[in-house]
Write a protein that binds this ligand. Sequence first.
Ligand code: BTN
Length: 257
Amino acid sequence: MQNNTFSALFVGQNLLTLKEVNSTNDFLKNLLSNSKPLPEGTVIMAESQFAGRGQQLNKWYSQPGKNLTFSLLLNPSFLAIADQFDLNRVISLGVVDALEPLLGNDLKIKWPNDIYYGDKKLGGILIENIIQGAQLKHAIIGIGLNINQDSFPADAGNATSLKQILHKDYDLRALLSDICSHIEEWYLKLRTAKKETVRNAYLDRLYWLNQQKQFRSNNSTFKGVITHVKNNGLLVVINEQGAELEFSLKEIEFLNK
Ligand code: BTN
């Protein structure tokens, strides 16, 4: 493990950088179960992942050495299991706040926790909670952000990178340090019971909030407006008939055309 000059108090203070790993989430999970207790805030960063994982069993591809792929350990035992979506909120807000000076207001959080610039995906977050009894014992927070990658394969969908947007290369360690500080800031707000601040800030940054858009659910498409995200993380969309519908992650797709 390395000590760092990161400005956060604990997030990223214990940093391990790996050349290559299957998945930083899996590595951190193994470390947690096989070794002596790990300090909260431990970060595992990899130059390359050969089995990077995304949400909903998707794979996460990232050109080696070009992007940020890392996992962070938090121990949010203060958080009720019913409120676990607040973790998604604080992590997305931390990432967005770190990138805001570079990208400004076009940076959004696509529910539940994709990082979007305009209509393109700049990064994603995979949170895996370890629950013991009635407690959220650990959260393994995997973050993938496209930074210096010049181009993406045709099947990468709507991916973009900082390099594609700003035509410059960025220092990965410096960005990681900023992200750690901002995540810590939001996490501490949550820990000191400022839930409403966190929830409002998340909603303020939400992609497609209060706009009439096209969605697909249950094999049919419909127009609707995202009005809210419930405390438990369900997305609330009002359809053209005025019905308030609630969706979990697998139940709704955003249609960009
Ligand atoms: C998504 O948008 O589907 C989430 C992507 C999460 C990718 C990151 S990269 C670091 C960490 N390790 C993994 O295997 N996945 C996450």
